[in-house]
Design a protein around this ligand. Structure first.
Ligand code: AMP
Length: 185
């Protein structure tokens, strides 16, 4: 599996100083555009999270949607969207959080999950962990349990993983910011 994971880095484009000076943006769209790397990603996550017996995948807008939808299909789970402010039409739980660059708000429909749900949260990149921690809080506020967060890449120097593990959530990242397969428990 770790040889396969090395292929993911070939599809990552690093854009210096985007969206602001000092940020090294990791564009993972190529991983989705290539059916080989898309498949490697989804199967690696599915293998990692299956023992946690998830019932639902929650994807964070926007890249968590195609990634999370594919994982949900692979696992035979349902899929729920966590959206940016003002997009969901019915009653929501909401959380404001701090990003590597600025602040943002995430929302989830209040009736999207229930107490029986065991949730894996999906996003593309883990930076400070602010987004993923807000997602964990929203899922818990909805009454469901979070088993883990699945990501393509962790930027270890920003210590998002420690923030999530401090909340009692497992982190399944596939590669680090040099493209090396990431050590997972
Ligand atoms: P954070 O909340 O700081 O962990 O940031 C994670 C969220 O912001 C994810 O949804 C990423 O898509 C995006 N993000 C933050 N930093 C980067 C980066 N350097 N490269 C690509 N995406 C990033």
């Amino acid at each position: 599996m770790s040889d396969e994971l090395r292929e993911l880095w070939n599809e990552v484009v690093v854009i210096p100083d985007f969206p602001m000076p000092g940020i090294s943006f990791k564009d993972i769209s190529g991983i989705l555009a290539n059916p080989v790397t898309f498949g490697i990603t989804v199967r690696a996550w599915a293998d990692a999270v299956r023992p946690e017996r998830p019932s639902m995948v929650v994807g964070i807008e926007a890249r968590g949607f195609p990634l999370g939808g594919a994982l949900a299909y692979e696992l035979g789970c349902g899929f729920v969207s966590l959206r940016k402010e003002g997009k969901l039409p019915r009653d929501v739980h909401r959380r404001e959080y701090v990003l590597e660059y600025g602040t943002s708000i995430l929302e989830i429909h209040r009736d999207a999950l229930n107490a029986d749900d065991r949730v894996v949260i999906v996003d593309d990149v883990l930076a400070t962990g602010g987004t993923a921690c807000a997602a964990v809080d929203l899922v818990r506020e909805s009454g469901a349990a979070v088993t883990s967060v699945a990501l393509i890449m962790d930027l270890p120097f920003l210590e998002g993983r420690a923030a999530l593990e401090g909340k009692g959530v497992r982190v399944h990242a596939l590669i680090d910011d040099d493209g090396a397969p990431y050590p997972n428990p």
